[in-house]
Design a protein around this ligand. Structure first.
Ligand code: ZN
Ligand code: MN
Length: 131
């Protein structure tokens, strides 16, 4: 990534300043007013480039388009089906003994990406109030 364009830096800095795991469209909506020359296709191109180079990670959550995360540490994500927020989960969710049992001794897990789907505590609290 030799040519570090101004727009790419803008997108990366935006992503570093949020824990919301935004979609390309959300990034566009937030950056466009202050950066009239920015296009959605530029955002897509740069997000894909940055994730190819491992500077950010792309989250394919299976709903509402891909999400992007500037935090490249190994962690999992919880997706709320009520408010669609994506939350970080820094917890080891894999039982290594169980994995060895399932995959065999010679299998080596190098990285993992887990998506947990459910209802967040705020959405659950809201539901209880209605009932
Ligand atoms: Zn929720
Ligand atoms: Mn994350």
């Amino acid at each position: 990534m030799r040519k570090y364009s101004r727009q790419r830096e803008l997108i990366l800095n935006y992503l570093k300043g949020t824990t919301a795991h935004p979609t390309a469209e959300q990034i566009y909506a937030d950056l466009k007013p202050e950066n009239p020359a920015l296009s959605l296709s530029t955002i897509y191109r740069n997000l894909n480039l940055l994730s190819e180079y491992g500077v950010i990670q792309k989250l394919t959550t299976g709903e509402h388009g891909d999400r992007f995360d500037a935090d490249t540490r190994e962690h999992s994500h919880f997706i709320c089906s009520g408010c669609h927020q994506v939350m970080d989960v820094f917890s080891s969710l894999l039982d290594e003994k169980e994995l060895v049992k399932a995959l065999g001794d010679n299998c080596e897990v190098l990285q993992h990406k887990l998506y947990l789907y459910g209802v967040c505590s705020a959405c659950n609290a809201g539901k209880k109030e209605i009932n």
